[in-house]
Design a protein around this ligand. Structure first.
Ligand SMILES: Cc1cc2nc3c(=O)[nH]c(=O)nc-3n(C[C@H](O)[C@H](O)[C@H](O)COP(=O)(O)O)c2cc1C
Length: 394
């Protein structure tokens, strides 16, 4: 970027909705949070589902979901990245029929939208994984989760479930985990790679949040609080899977035939290693800005990772997706599909299962429309020519 471009970029950034947000309490996509009607047709977009969920949820639960780590630089960056990448639509193409389907790991999906793993859903309501699983099954969407899905599948619900794990302690445990989840109906094992330690989340620390509530929920007014099991404190040292290395992929694959996906890859070098070590796909993700603050935005990281992988395995991504147009940008930069983390939780917080379904349907419809208005009949017509970065002035 030369000096003139840098100046233009900075003036644009200062006037962007997110900069306004800091100055004036502006919330993108929401005119008046108090005026959103409290019914399923009330919110007109995902942002309004969030505003409504915020009205209804306990502050501790809202902050746990909405928040990121420390100063939330990465949380904001994930969203801001979509403000810098612009679409360049093609016209005069027949887009009377538009097909949003994609194929990933041999599975044909009617849209490139998957539900990301989100621990702590029970802060919103009891058995929340099952509620989200029902919504995903009713809308032909994959749910990635650590639990909840196996029970539904056992009861005959046609849910496409990718299990999520932060890794196993030994090869023996990995193999028995893999066999167990396959027996329970998992189609894919997704390893979260960036959860070595509990991260430092100021909102939770400020709220004196107890991580034990992730399973039990926030106590109702008048209900006695259980003794805290894992009270949030600044920069606590709570190991999750600090010992995990690339051999984890082989451990799972030596036991079962289903694909293994590695989530939370941000470095092109790690993407190459994932390919070499036998991953069947990767997810470019920074855990929704919840692990290490200052990590770059996923949309910005995506192109280099796609180039490093060179088409050998599918590259998925998540982070900051709130609109169908965001999905189109991610696909233009090389993602085969995207995951949504907070968006379905806002639907859940606002209206339970119907809210999750409405959010999924809204994003699917927005994506289909964006695809058509960009002049693409299907995802095979989406490529990097469809986007430009704001700061590249000719
Ligand atoms: C409440 C919450 C809990 C999460 N828990 C997990 C988790 O257990 N494992 C994981 O890999 N990612 C987890 N994530 C990250 C998501 O899978 C996903 O990467 C991220 O939310 C995507 O960003 P988005 O929320 O902007 O869509 C969580 C995210 C949220 C919001």
């Amino acid at each position: 970027m030369n000096r003139r471009d840098a100046f233009r970029y900075l003036s644009w950034a200062a006037a962007s909705p997110l900069a306004l947000s800091a100055q004036q309490g502006f919330q993108e996509g929401v005119e008046d949070p108090a005026a959103i009607p409290d019914n399923l047709d009330g919110p007109v977009n995902v942002h309004e589902f969030e505003a409504l969920a915020k009205r209804k949820l306990h502050k501790m639960a809202y902050d746990f979901i909405a928040g990121g780590v420390e100063d939330e630089k990465t949380l904001r960056a994930n969203i801001e990245a979509y403000h810098r990448v612009f679409l360049v639509p093609r016209v005069m193409r027949d887009v009377s029929q538009v097909d949003t389907s994609v194929e990933i790991l041999g599975q044909k999906l009617d849209s490139p939208i998957l539900i990301a793993p989100t621990g702590g859903k029970n802060l919103v309501m009891p058995n929340a994984d099952e509620v989200v699983g029902q919504a995903a099954a009713a809308n032909n969407t994959i749910m990635i989760s650590a639990g909840g899905a196996d029970k539904l599948i056992g009861e005959g619900v046609a849910l496409n479930w990718w299990t999520n794990t932060t890794g196993s302690a030994s090869k023996t445990q990995a193999q028995s985990y893999a066999r167990r989840v396959v027996d329970r109906g998992a189609k894919v094992i997704t390893i979260t790679a960036d959860n070595e330690y509990q991260s430092n989340r100021d909102r939770n620390n400020r709220n004196r949040f107890d991580y034990g509530m992730m399973g039990t929920g926030v106590p109702k007014p008048g209900q006695p609080a259980a003794p805290p099991r894992m009270p949030a404190k600044p920069a606590m040292w709570i190991p999750h899977t600090p010992q995990m290395t690339w051999e984890m992929i082989e451990w799972y694959k030596s036991a079962v035939k289903i694909p293994v996906v590695v989530k939370c890859i941000m470095a092109p070098e790690d993407a190459e290693l994932a390919v070499q070590r036998g991953a069947d796909a990767i997810v470019v993700s920074n855990h929704g800005g919840r692990q290490l603050d200052g990590v770059m935005a996923t949309l910005d990281a995506l192109p280099d990772i796609v180039d490093a992988v060179g088409g050998k395995i599918p590259v998925l991504m998540d982070g900051g997706i709130r609109r169908g147009g965001d999905i189109l940008k991610a696909l233009s930069l090389g993602a085969k599909a995207i995951l949504i983390g907070r968006a379905p939780l806002w639907g859940l917080g606002a209206f339970g299962q119907p809210g999750v379904e409405r959010v999924i349907q809204m994003l699917k419809a927005e994506f289909k429309l964006a695809l058509a208005l960009a002049g693409c009949k299907d995802v095979t017509e989406v490529n990097r020519r469809l986007v430009r970065r704001q700061y590249k002035f000719a």
